[in-house]
Design a protein around this ligand. Structure first.
Ligand SMILES: [Fe+2]
Length: 472
């Protein structure tokens, strides 16, 4: 039976088709309509299926929206079944994980009423053991600060996370940031009020707690403090409400790789599905309906294009160029993991990055790029936990790769294992053979605020715009 899971209506609409436990395809709508964070699915793109399953119970969503004074949400694509929002998050995590028994922590801004939950799986049976409801939320304060710092909430939280490393901890003597600090205890999950700046509850409660942004240090301190605030509650929740050595983290908050790294010391093993937010719940909805684990082979589940010749990519890199790679199936999730990537030598000087900053229109030159490394050489260069999907931030040990480390010497490493399905594995092997360097800088094949390249037409447009060499 073909089961089509869908998620749409809030942000990052996605679909996922499964059959007999195999994941046949999984796509982001934004890659097709070329609208960043596109929230509605286009029915004409969806594959045929025996049943269509939604990632949230619309009546619950609308009851919550009514309570907070928001208009009701409609559904674009009719569904045959719908499942609880946090349940589909949990299923997306467990069905793709290497675990049988485990605990699953899901944290997001808001979906239905719940904003954070713990499910446990014992002997193949999943059950919810803890939950926190709207308007308490871990994700909302973070999104609020993201917006206050001039970034897009529900999209740019990762920039705030990176900015946090540049900021100082709260100092009550520092009157410049006092307004923000005054607000922090109130926007904790213990505070009974919504934290979105547009929300009426927020407006009422915060009118006397204005956040003032006077200079870049204020921004950085604010980022640091919201990161600390999130980490405090995230780690406390794990400590208080999970007991199993295997932990799955899901929900949009699972993209906070700095916090994830701190959780690793508390658990034997952690799994995070590479698309842990609402988009990934399209897969979770399908898995929940199927009711069993899926055969997870990796995140390369999207649009298929012809495989590139890796030797062409190496030639470009050896010539000191930036290689624009569009090869095989697109990744399901926000990270470019080798099939839709810009690659370059990570051993250069800072000036070497100027063309990439230009292509990606990236203003924040303090924000580091990520390294992809052959897994067998990982321990020579890093200390701490890393994953195949850039979900943790280990410390960098070598002095030679400063283009891919942050100011605190951490890096959002992608471990590229021998079984990796991406062309990136072969490229790295050839690169290592030629240079003795097992690492490449890897960033997504897109311009800022545009979706990642999907098809060969998108690729050719990107090449035309960027002036990079066509490697197809
Ligand atoms: Fe969610």
């Amino acid at each position: 039976m073909k089961i089509l899971g869908i998620s749409e209506g809030s942000h990052d609409a996605c679909w996922c088709l499964i059959e007999d436990g195999e994941i046949l395809e999984a796509h982001h709508q934004e890659r097709h309509d070329r609208i960043k964070n596109s929230k509605w699915l286009d029915a004409s793109l969806l594959p045929k299926a025996d049943v269509v399953v939604g990632h949230q119970i619309l009546d619950n969503v609308n009851a919550r929206r009514k309570w907070s004074g928001q208009p009701p949400m409609k559904r674009n694509i009719p569904v045959d079944y719908e499942y609880n929002h946090h349940e589909t998050h949990a299923w997306a995590g467990w069905a793709t994980s290497p675990f049988d028994d485990c605990d699953i922590l899901t944290m997001d801004a808001v979906g239905e009423w719940e904003t954070a939950t713990v499910h446990e799986v014992r002997d193949g049976v999943m059950k919810q053991t803890w939950g926190m409801k709207y308007p308490k939320s871990f994700g909302m304060p973070y999104s609020y600060v993201t917006e206050k710092l001039g970034y897009k909430p529900m999209q740019d939280e990762y920039i705030v996370m990176a900015m946090a490393a540049l900021g100082g901890r709260y100092d009550r003597e520092d009157s410049k940031i006092f307004g923000f600090i005054d607000a922090v205890p109130k926007i904790s999950p213990l505070f009974q009020g919504s934290c979105h700046s547009e929300h009426w509850l927020f407006q009422r409660r915060y009118e006397n707690a204005q956040i003032q942004i006077n200079d870049k240090n204020d921004n950085r301190n604010m980022a640091r403090n919201i990161q600390d605030h999130y980490e405090y509650y995230f780690l406390k929740t794990i400590q208080r409400h999970t007991s199993h050595d295997n932990l799955i983290i899901m929900g949009g908050c699972a993209l906070n790789c700095v916090a994830n790294s701190k959780a690793k010391s508390m658990k034997e093993a952690i799994w995070i599905m590479p698309n842990p937010g609402d988009g990934g719940s399209a897969l979770g909805a399908a898995a929940r309906h199927y009711g069993k684990k899926l055969n997870w082979k990796g995140p390369y589940l999207g649009t298929q294009v012809p495989r590139m010749d890796p030797h062409k990519i190496i030639k470009e890199l050896l010539g000191g160029g930036i290689a624009a790679v569009c090869s095989g199936r697109a990744e399901f999730g926000p990270r470019a993991l080798g099939n839709r990537s810009l690659l370059c030598d990570p051993r250069g000087k800072q000036e070497f990055l100027h063309p990439i900053y230009g292509i990606k229109k990236r203003a924040e030159t303090w924000r580091p790029f990520a390294p992809a490394i052959l897994s067998e050489y990982y321990e020579q260069y890093f200390i701490g936990h890393a994953s195949q999907y850039m979900q943790f931030t280990p410390k960098h040990l070598s002095p030679d790769f400063n283009l891919v480390e942050h100011v605190d010497r951490t890096a959002r490493v992608q471990l590229v294992k021998p079984q990796c399905d991406s062309i990136l594995r072969e490229v790295l092997e050839l690169w290592y053979k030629e240079t003795g360097c097992p690492m490449l800088l890897n960033t997504s094949l897109n311009v800022k605020n545009e979706p990642i390249v999907d098809t060969m037409d998108d690729y050719r447009n990107f090449i035309k715009w960027s002036g990079l060499n066509d490697l197809s």
